[in-house]
Write a new protein. Structure first.
Length: 228
């Protein structure tokens, strides 16, 4: 945790008054569950708070800095705050180095999983909001996220479900079915696992905070396999 504090100070000039908030933000449920006797807090509640302040700040930025209609604003915001994007920002900040995971989650590659890193990024924002204020969170977001928004990184969205369908149906009709295989997490932060079946055979899988995102990830997995 001391290394994390040093990194936050060096990169962003941030010093947490309440270190327990920071520790909670970087504690995954798997770690807390493995240490139940210690009654360690995990980051799901902070993630809920961070999601709300992130949506607000990004919405305000897009409203003030673009002339797009409401529908386009919603699409762009959803791309900026989607799981995959937030996981990228967490990696940019090197947050993946500091998250506390349970042994099983660590072994299964949880430190690189978009769902975990996206949640971590939101939890950090929630902790920062409680320790400081909205302006501090805004400053952080403008430092970490907005440069990529301004660079147009989220303007072009790949629809992998359509790409997969186009790839497979070149030689005639193919049955493509998406199935939810798992659903975990509390109501406010569910995680869906989806498999895509091509003519009844599993061809790809994906995870996401919504069924639609999980389907896109599954389609991407299948598309990359089928196109190679």
């Amino acid at each position: 945790m001391e290394q994390l504090k040093d990194a936050l100070l060096e990169q962003f000039g941030l010093v947490f008054e309440d270190s327990s908030l920071l520790e909670t933000a970087f504690t995954h449920t798997s770690y807390a569950n493995e240490h139940r006797l210690l009654k360690i807090s995990h980051n799901e509640r902070l993630e809920f708070l961070g999601d709300a302040v992130l949506q607000l700040i990004i919405s305000e930025y897009l409203y003030k800095n673009t002339q797009k209609p409401e529908g386009d604003l919603s699409k762009l915001r959803s791309m900026i705050v989607r799981e995959e994007s937030l996981a990228g920002f967490a990696r940019d900040c090197q947050f993946d180095q500091f998250i506390k995971l349970g042994r099983g989650e660590e072994k299964s590659g949880g430190r690189n999983r978009d769902t975990i890193l996206g949640d971590l990024f939101e939890a950090f924002l929630g902790a920062l909001l409680l320790d400081k204020d909205v302006e501090t969170v805004k400053d952080f977001i403008y430092q970490v996220m907005i440069p990529k928004v301004e660079a147009g990184d989220f303007e072009q969205v790949t629809d992998y479900k359509t790409k997969l369908q186009e790839l497979l149906q070149v030689n005639g009709d193919v049955e493509i079915v998406y199935q939810v295989t798992d659903e975990t997490g509390p109501a406010h932060a569910k995680n869906f696992a989806v498999a895509v079946l091509i003519n009844g055979q599993k061809a790809g899988q994906g995870q996401g905070r919504s069924k639609k995102l999980a389907e896109q990830e599954a389609a991407k997995d299948a598309f990359e396999k089928e196109s190679h």
